[in-house]
Write a protein that binds this ligand. Structure first.
Ligand code: FES
Length: 572
């Protein structure tokens, strides 16, 4: 039974993953069609010949078998995904831009139906070349069609721009390209409309009506009438699907209400009764509580993240999309994305990002903002780096340092360590951020062993480059610290501050005094579940702290009795 449940969860997680990819892929194909298409319209400012020249090239792509499959496949799947996401919404409360995106997207079908069907089907069924003059003539034939196309250009473009903007704005380099994209967003539709209007005014069939009448009376007229009859069929099918989805959504909602509710306690004081199946984001929105959601609930921005202070153990596990997003921001285990989490029993949440969050929040490591917790700090310093700099060319020094830091980073990732910052020739690493404190104490010892092993191998590898082997000093201490994202707004990192962090730095400095590789506080060793050997234990005074602390001065963590039995050091 449990196995069945986990298979279903995996299936749903994978489905969400592929749904997002399909939405993005189909959207980008449609962008690849719309942008050149509007550019083609814009050429109408110059002449029909210019329009035809580009159209011939575009027709080669989009009328080919592959182009047809991609284009129509993208249209159908994009529309189907829109209906599916409408069905899945348990509330129609949404932000203004999401509502605009949805309404504009749905409006495209009735506006586009005739234009798309006519252009393609005339060519397919009658082999009449649907060139610009013919298309413009059939559009200028009636005022209604003219206005419909003008509106279609604006609606399609607005839908596309909103979609691209909300996809791109959580990307780090988006602000760099924004002025350029902004210019395109304004200029392209304006030029396209001008080109369309000018070509309409200049079209050779001033009696457009006569031209279309002549077409309808041509030997192909029965085919043309059939083509015209497809428009109402398309519109009724669209309406039927839309109404069907809204009804199915309502049935689903009533079913969910009958099958249970959970209580959501919000840090702001509200307590909400929520039907099972609704996400936390949908629940708070339905209750009228503002909540950050830069990407509109697509697991991309992480601005909807909440800390679960009660009910965490009964939440369904994160799906692949959510887990990836949370990993990207180094979120703590009690942090979840409100847009992806659908509780089945009572929960208490605290939003971690202000409701009016900007896209920059998406770049920040998160979930640990300003929390105080017990962690383990490790300071590592490269010995003799000044001499290294004096004896070698700058390029060689950088090369050696990069190799050195790469090994340290590997050692950290192999032992669940998190680097807080590299500074000059040293680094601060944190352990125990994501798991238990005791496990962090064991991991940090494994990390120290891993670093020394890797350094030995690096020294062998760089044997011919170095006058003498690289050596490091490691200081380790544990205890309460303030952990959070810090640094300049565009480059914040997850780090920690506090007395215990300073002590780790001071212990590292003492490795020179004791002429050893590692100094670790005895308490950290005990928290790891080991008994310090009194012969290697020392009392040391640490600047900035009253009294002395007990430490172990070691050349290797293997000198701690029982280390090997307790800790399995990852192999290189
Ligand atoms: S709203 Fe963007 S990740 Fe949840």
């Amino acid at each position: 039974m449990k196995n069945k449940r986990s298979i279903r969860k995996n299936y749903i997680a994978n489905l969400a993953h592929w749904e997002r990819r399909l939405r993005l892929g189909s959207g980008l194909i449609l962008v690849a069609f719309v942008v050149p298409h509007l550019t083609n319209h814009a050429l109408g400012i110059f002449s029909f010949e210019a329009m035809e020249a580009l159209r011939d090239w575009l027709a080669l792509v989009w009328r080919s078998t592959a182009g047809t499959v991609f284009l129509y496949g993208a249209m159908v799947s994009h529309f189907a995904l829109a209906l599916y996401s409408l069905f899945r919404r348990t509330t129609l409360r949404m932000s203004a831009w999401e509502a605009a995106q949805l309404i504009l997207g749905l409006a495209i079908i009735p506006l586009l139906a005739f234009h798309a069907i006519f252009n393609r089907m005339v060519w397919e069924l009658t082999t009449t070349e649907v060139d610009y003059q013919l298309v413009i003539a059939t559009i200028w034939y009636k005022d209604f069609e003219t206005w419909r196309i003008l509106l279609l250009v604006l609606v399609v473009w607005a839908h596309l721009v909103i979609g691209l903007h909300f996809w791109g704005r959580v990307k780090a380099h988006y602000p760099t390209f924004l002025p350029f994209l902004y210019a395109i967003a304004v200029l392209l539709p304006v030029l396209a409309l001008l080109g369309f209007i000018r070509s309409g005014l200049n079209q050779p069939y001033s009696g457009g009506e006569k031209y279309v009448d002549r077409m309808l009376n041509s030997p192909f007229n029965h085919k043309l009438q059939f083509i015209q009859s497809l428009e109402p069929i398309t519109l009724w099918t669209f309406l039927g699907l839309l109404v069907g989805v809204l009804l199915a959504r309502e049935v689903n909602r009533i079913y969910a209400m009958r099958h249970g509710v959970f209580r959501l306690q919000h840090a702001g004081g509200n307590s909400i009764s929520v039907p099972v199946g609704r996400s936390i984001l949908e629940a708070v929105r339905a209750a009228g509580i503002p909540h950050a959601s830069v990407c509109g609930g697509r697991a991309r921005c992480t601005t909807c993240r909440v800390r679960i202070s009660w009910g965490l153990d009964r939440l369904p596990p994160s799906g692949q999309l959510e887990a990836t997003a949370l990993k990207r921001i180094n979120a703590q285990p009690n942090v979840r994305l409100a847009c992806q989490t659908r509780p089945q029993s009572d929960v208490t949440i605290t939003p971690l990002v202000p409701a009016n969050a900007s896209p920059e929040e998406a770049y920040k490591a998160g979930g640990l903002s300003g929390s105080e917790q017990k962690i383990v700090a490790m300071f590592v310093d490269l010995r003799g780096s000044t001499a290294l700099g004096q004896s070698r060319m700058p390029y060689d020094v950088i090369f050696i340092l990069n190799q050195f830091f790469a090994e340290l980073a590997e050692a950290l990732s192999a032992t669940r360590g998190h680097y807080a910052h590299f500074a000059g020739d040293g680094l601060l690493a944190l352990y125990g951020l994501e798991g238990e404190f005791q496990q962090g104490c064991r991991d940090v010892l494994a990390g120290a062993a891993e670093m020394l092993d890797r350094l030995e191998l690096l020294n062998k590898r760089l044997n011919h480059e170095l006058d003498e082997p690289l050596r490091i000093g490691i200081g380790i201490h544990s205890g309460e610290a303030i952990v959070g994202t810090m640094g300049p707004p565009k480059a914040p990192t997850l780090s920690a501050i506090g007395d215990n962090i300073n002590i780790a730095a001071r212990l590292e400095a003492k490795t020179k005094v004791f002429k050893c590789n590692i100094i670790v506080s005895s308490d950290t060793v005990r928290h790891a579940g080991l008994i310090p050997d009194p012969t290697t234990e020392h009392k040391v005074a640490v600047r900035g702290r009253k009294g002395e602390i007990m430490v172990l001065a070691l050349d290797s963590v293997n000198d701690i009795p029982g280390f090997h039995q307790l800790i399995i050091t990852p192999s290189i």
